[in-house]
Design a protein around this ligand. Structure first.
Ligand SMILES: Nc1ncnc2c1ncn2[C@@H]1O[C@H](COP(=O)(O)OP(=O)(O)OP(=O)(O)O)[C@@H](O)[C@H]1O
Length: 356
């Protein structure tokens, strides 16, 4: 496998540009997850890499080869599709060997490679089954084996788990991750599930409206979002603008007087039904007073919607609470993601993450 280098890439459909100057390098043997909301351009980027969508500007390198003007079959970048895209009339072995047959590989070479891959994806004994007789998880493993059979330079996976039920999905994502480490394939995986990206990827690229907002390790993206969009998308869904004239909020910062956009996760909003339970030694951070608007059971805890002045804040709590219960929320300063407020919201000005 080779590294993948995407340089100043622009691509779209007709005159409609979707990808706006994408720069990204996937190192050899690395898995990067493309994460972003529906319609942000994840699939378009994979299609542009594979040659299914024309590149308007920029270049794609698979190893040292510039491939953006090559036809799909000459790029050696292979896609694993969400829908598996297997041949229903063929057996498991025929599906896995299909790409090699198209490449006119010798029969014995195809047989050896198919046996090797059946072993790798743990489908030994099923080689003569029709793929229609397999479960969703097994089909996706056939699709993965078929993609790997031709030894691609780069493997791209477009939401490979989204057709699987929740339980199978959890095990298949670990299997793909383990295989990726074992075989060292260079890969880009598209998902809109942030947990999947965190679990599977070496690094995550967060896409928003055709642009990469941030790229970093799962820990960096989760703990140090560099833009309000990334903070919100990675689960810090509580947002307040500071200063606020809402006197339900009390914010004490170490520094920074400028207007801020502040984000935090529900799991970091410590809820108390007794205001005195808030520790006296709590000097910096956010304290919010409000009352319970709704309590929803989430299995391991409750998500409490707290009405605080004009805002509704989400907080996790270990008990169900009746509506109208007065509560206090406390968010420690290191759980607050603060961004200088960009009043103009111009194309070229971004809200910057700041230390508070
Ligand atoms: N064949 C097409 N012709 C014209 N516009 C398209 C075409 N395919 C996608 N688009 C548009 O391109 C944009 C990006 O779509 P894309 O499928 O890449 O997003 P995505 O991030 O993969 O979304 P999802 O998570 O819903 O699959 C969307 O606005 C979509 O409407």
């Amino acid at each position: 496998m080779a590294h993948l280098h995407i340089k100043n890439l622009q691509a779209g459909y007709g005159k409609k540009m979707i990808l706006d100057n994408i720069n990204l390098t996937v190192e050899q043997g690395e898995m990067i997850a493309l994460l972003g909301p529906s319609g942000c351009g994840k699939t378009t980027l994979l299609n542009a890499l594979c040659g299914f969508v024309p590149v308007s500007n920029g270049e794609i390198f698979a190893g040292d080869r510039a491939v953006s003007q090559l036809p799909a079959e000459k790029r050696n970048i292979t896609m694993v599709f969400q829908s598996y895209a297997l041949w229903p009339h063929m057996t498991v072995a025929q599906n896995i060997g299909y790409g090699l047959k198209v490449q006119k590989a010798k029969r014995v070479e195809i047989e050896n490679r198919v046996t090797e891959l059946l072993n790798i994806v743990k489908l030994e004994g099923l080689e003569d089954e029709k793929v229609t007789a397999l479960s969703g998880g097994q089909r996706q493993r056939v699709a993965l084996a078929r993609a790997l059979a031709i030894r691609p330079d780069v493997l791209v996976l477009d939401e490979p788990l989204s057709n699987l039920d929740a339980k199978v999905r959890l095990s298949v994502r670990h299997e793909i991750k383990a295989l990726q480490k074992q075989l060292g394939f260079t890969s880009l995986i598209v998902t809109h599930d942030q947990e999947e990206a965190l679990v599977m990827a070496d690094r995550i690229a967060v896409l928003n409206q055709g642009k990469i907002e941030q790229i970093g390790t799962p820990e960096e993206i989760y703990h140090h979002p560099s833009t309000p969009f990334v903070a919100d998308f990675m689960g810090a869904e509580n947002h307040i603008e500071w200063p606020t004239n809402d006197d339900a909020f009390h914010l004490s910062l170490n520094n920074h007087a400028a207007p801020l956009d502040i984000y935090f996760r529900s799991e970091n909003a410590v809820l108390s039904t007794q205001p005195s339970a808030i520790k006296d030694d709590f000097h910096t951070g956010l304290v919010i007073n409000g009352h319970v608007a709704q309590s929803v059971f989430f299995g391991n805890n409750y998500q409490i919607s707290v009405r605080c002045g004009k805002h509704t804040i989400q907080a996790d709590h270990d008990q169900n609470l009746p509506e109208h219960t007065p509560v206090t929320l406390r968010v420690p300063i290191d759980a607050l993601y603060a961004f200088t407020k960009n009043e103009k919201h111009s194309e070229h000005q971004k809200n910057h993450a700041v230390s508070v």
